[in-house]
Design a protein around this ligand. Structure first.
Ligand code: CP
Ligand code: NVA
Length: 309
């Protein structure tokens, strides 16, 4: 298919992120009103998961069904990829059967390799560098709650990981200020940070990385955290849990933020580590609404990338 469009990075939506969030809002309203909306009738999405997933798997599968289409869950243990078939051949063959491929991978290079050889759109369902579907959805959630994006301050506290990298790019694109508070050696990817700073210039928003969690959280409208040990880093668990201890989002840290600050976490959460029970279950936490919006935002992504809506 000529001119197919992939969603591998937040960079891929820099031109139409605002429109995509509007589309998510209208799709959510139609769903809540019980109005059928089926632009993907008869279309199929292949979903390759190299790693575990609750939200991404279920929201993409349900989303495809609600849009009139169908999704297939594929694990590398069952695919011939697990027995040595190349990613390139898999991409070429799947492209003859399905209308799009969602891929959750260990390595960003593998997502790029799949996209290079697929003739249908490829959507990154999380890799070691980015998690764009999560961040598009999170920006939709913030806009829904606060009525705006530009001018807000998001504090990300913890590991400078895939979620943090995509948040930096996303905040820069929509003109939100973001400060990441990360321990030395666990800062976000330097190239993506530089890209975020470049993208932030036209809107005049600031993108900062600091090592002090309390100063990151100061006067924030949103306090966001994620796990200290991402999938694929299990061997570093012990040292990470020790090193990140002072980066916990707890009541004391939340006190640094604005009094109406919202607490966000992409989930799954490790309670008692990166976030305490009282905070994640407290009145400022919006994590379950945040998770719900994966469904609505990804339906917008699917409608746009697979059907050009
Ligand atoms: N936030 C997120 O992507 O969750 P899953 O790993 O459950 O898909
Ligand atoms: N940073 C986490 C996000 C999980 C949704 C990971 O990669 O495991």
């Amino acid at each position: 298919m000529a001119g197919k469009r992939d969603l591998l990075s937040m960079r891929d939506v820099r031109e139409d992120l605002v429109g995509l969030l509007e589309l998510a809002g209208s799709i959510k309203n139609r769903t809540k009103a019980g109005e059928p909306y089926e632009p993907l009738r008869g279309r199929s999405l292949a979903m390759i998961f190299e790693k575990a997933s609750t939200r991404t798997r279920v929201s993409f599968e349900v989303g495809m069904t609600q849009l009139g289409g169908h999704a297939l869950f594929l694990s590398p243990n069952d695919l011939q990829i697990g027995r040595g078939e190349t990613i390139a051949d898999t991409a070429r063959v799947l492209s003859r059967y399905v209308d799009g491929i969602m891929y959750r991978a260990f390595k960003n290079e593998n997502v790029r390799e799949l996209a290079n050889h697929a003739t249908v759109p490829v959507i990154n369902g999380l890799d070691d560098r980015e998690h764009p579907c999560q961040i598009i959805s999170d920006l939709f959630t913030i806009q829904e709650r606060k009525g705006k994006l530009s001018g807000l301050k998001l504090a990300y506290v913890g590991d400078g990981n895939n979620v943090c990298n995509s948040l930096l790019l996303g905040c820069a694109i929509v003109g939100m200020d973001m400060t990441a508070g990360c321990p030395a050696g666990y800062e976000p990817d330097p190239d993506l940070l530089e890209e975020a700073r470049r993208l932030a210039k036209p809107s005049g928003s600031t993108i900062d990385v600091v090592s002090d969690p309390a100063s990151a959280a100061r006067e924030a409208d949103i306090v966001y955290t994620d796990v200290w040990v991402s999938m694929g880093q299990e061997r570093e668990k012990e040292e990470r849990e020790k090193l990140f201890r002072s980066y916990q989002v707890n009541a004391k840290l939340l006190d640094r933020a604005k009094s109406d600050a919202m607490v966000m976490h992409c989930l799954p959460a490790h309670r008692g580590l990166e976030i305490t029970d009282d905070v994640i279950d407290g009145p400022q936490s919006i994590v379950i609404d945040q998770a719900e919006n994966r469904l609505h935002a990804q339906k917008a992504i699917l409608a746009r990338f697979l059907a050009g809506v």
